[in-house]
Design a protein around this ligand. Structure first.
Ligand code: F6R
Length: 247
């Protein structure tokens, strides 16, 4: 596990984009596992800049996203498909046929989960998975639970996630209650993992995930068992960890 501490979100975003860029440069047909949310916005801005400056070529890159709300059309501004298109895909030379996001609109959601899992396997697995972390310790939408859910599955969102995500909606009632998410096993099979955390709202989750016991009650804690994890946290997110270490 590598920990990189940055002054702020801006530096975090540059460094994280650098790691993703290095992956795409070393293997131009990499499969990148992508995340949505506020933490990833700055990273995508930096990737777009690297593309515009001629450093990056996405023409052979493949992407698989962690999750999508159930019942949301890709033209809905709150959908993760819309987020990806606007924050990254439409700004780089990626082939949209090589981008995959779970489809939360199908009738048979269990079949969609199985096909998503098969699809990732057929791509040869994920070369580098980008993760944010929820204030409750979730990764993807793997919410705190009694067991780790291994495969892509349908999730009932946690109350804390609904509250956290309500900032993107007009009011909390509008936040979807269900999503499809890659499972913990799906994520753990990625060859490399890059987790980013910014702001004091993430400090407790980060401490519990990397300095606490490995438990499905803190889903990100499973990452302690992965052989190639890089965590980039800004000072505010890392504060409780440095306080613990200095004691
Ligand atoms: C998003 C995802 C979530 C977010 C997490 C942090 O695709 O899977 O796990 O990464 O909720 O969200 P932000 O970055 O908005 O704080």
């Amino acid at each position: 596990m590598r920990f990189i501490i940055t002054e702020d979100y801006e530096v975090l975003s540059k460094k994280a984009a650098g790691i993703i860029a290095a992956q795409a440069l070393q293997k131009n047909d990499s499969t990148l596992g992508l995340a949505t949310g506020d933490s990833a916005v700055g990273i995508y801005k930096n990737l777009i800049k690297l593309y515009n400056d001629g450093f990056l070529d996405f023409s052979k890159v493949k992407t698989v996203n962690l999750d999508e709300y159930i019942g949301m059309d890709m033209n809905n501004k709150q959908s993760y498909a819309y987020y990806m298109k606007n924050n990254l895909f439409k700004n780089v030379n990626i082939d949209m046929a090589n981008t995959y996001i779970p489809n939360g609109l199908v009738d048979d959601l269990n079949l969609e989960c199985k096909s998503y899992e098969n699809h990732i396997a057929n791509l040869g697995g994920i070369d580098l998975q980008l993760l944010g972390i929820g204030s409750n310790g979730h990764i993807g939408f793997n919410e705190p639970s009694e067991t780790f859910k291994m495969h892509t599955h349908v999730v009932e969102l946690d109350e804390r996630t609904i509250k956290d995500n309500s900032r993107f909606f007009n009011n909390i009632q509008e936040v979807p209650r269900k999503s499809i998410s890659m499972g913990i096993g799906t994520i753990m099979k990625a060859k490399k993992i890059l987790l980013v955390a910014s702001g004091k709202n993430k400090a407790e989750a980060l401490l519990n995930a990397f300095y606490g016991e490995i438990t499905p009650k803190v889903p990100a804690s499973i990452l302690q068992l992965h052989h190639d994890v890089t965590v980039i946290a800004d000072k505010e997110a890392e504060k409780l960890i440095s306080e613990k270490i200095s004691k």
